[in-house]
Write a protein that binds this ligand. Structure first.
Ligand SMILES: [Fe+2]
Length: 324
């Protein structure tokens, strides 16, 4: 047998085996009338991603544990999931205790919301983490997070995507990476101080990885941004086909997002749903919906959205659009 180099298609030069039993493989074949099946969302076969908030109170007290931000029931998914492709969790780790993770995922991203500690990854060594740090881990990492003082980590992975595909990852696509929180904040301050900052749609730093020079994202599937919403700012509506799992790092009361599926003639979102921000809270911005951010609090606010935009960028399906 001659094997093609990359497609898996071969020229079979031996005869088919004799005595093979001919099976009936037609039992699961279905023929949908086109208009009844061409838009499964419209006909209710698949559920839309909801706008959903997860309060900071979820991780405010209690023992060391993982708090799953689980929308699998709403989405009709048979594994824990916050969106079709992503799972978000708060990892609450009391001082002197630890949590172990072994996600079946191609990418994990962890943001340290509170506390500090040490992460050990089997075969990869250890790193110390502090408030504001981001760590990305590739496939097949067994990780142990130990807290020196009470800690809360925001953990996002793409395990629902792999479950949907019915696969386990074979090959890590990048190395474990630490994005130093102090360096990130300094870079954000520098971006905010640039003369063009007020003209840009966002004042933010995108996390990248040297291994991802096409998608320019934190991992090949995950995208993350550290952004500041200045006092008095109105960030005009934009939309994208990636899902956003937004974490509010800090804010005072008076910050909120508006989310909806259409724009009016004035460029504002029609019948918008308001999502009020709180420090340490998270919320889901569904794919394709317009969203704007507003700060009427009297102080700057910071946010860290995590998206599956690495995957969408690779697929050329991100379709990010801004209003003027
Ligand atoms: Fe967005």
């Amino acid at each position: 047998m001659t094997r093609a180099a990359s497609t898996g298609i071969t020229v079979a030069d031996e005869p088919m085996a004799s005595g093979v039993v001919i099976e009936d493989w037609t039992g699961d074949a279905v023929f949908h009338e086109y208009s009844a099946a061409v838009d499964p969302l419209a006909v209710g076969a698949i559920s839309p991603v909801p706008v959903r908030q997860f309060p900071a109170a979820l991780h405010g007290s209690g023992p060391t544990r993982a708090i799953v931000l689980d929308l699998s029931d709403v989405l009709g998914i048979d594994v824990p999931a916050t969106g079709p492709s992503l799972l978000a969790q708060f990892l609450r780790i009391e001082a002197g205790t630890s949590l172990a993770t072994s996600a079946v995922a191609t990418s994990e991203l962890v943001y340290c919301l509170r506390g500090h500690g040490r992460l050990e990854v089997d075969g990869e060594g250890a790193v110390d983490w502090h408030r504001g740090d981001v760590i990305t881990l590739p496939a097949r990492c067994r990780a142990h997070y130990r807290a020196v003082d009470d800690a809360v980590l925001y953990h996002v992975d793409d395990s629902p995507l792999l479950s949907y595909l019915g696969v386990e990852p074979a090959t890590p696509r990048f190395r474990p990476t630490l994005f130093d929180g102090a360096v990130a904040r300094a870079r954000l301050d520098a971006v905010a101080a640039e003369p063009e900052a007020s003209e840009r749609s966002r004042v933010a730093v995108l996390l990248g990885n040297a291994r991802n020079d096409q998608t320019l994202t934190a991992t090949h599937t995950l995208w993350a941004m550290l952004g500041v919403l200045p006092d008095g700012a109105v960030q005009r509506p934009h939309r994208h086909q990636s899902i956003a799992l937004d974490l509010i790092v800090d804010c005072r009361p008076g910050c909120y997002s508006l989310v909806g599926d259409a724009l009016g003639s004035d460029g504002a979102i029609v019948d918008a749903q308001r999502v009020d921000w709180e420090p340490g809270g998270a919320f889901v911005t569904p794919p394709g919906l317009w969203h704007s951010h507003h700060n009427e609090s009297g102080a700057p606010a910071h946010l860290l959205p995590v998206q599956d935009a690495g995957l969408h960028t690779y697929l050329r399906t991100l379709d990010i659009r801004f209003t003027s």
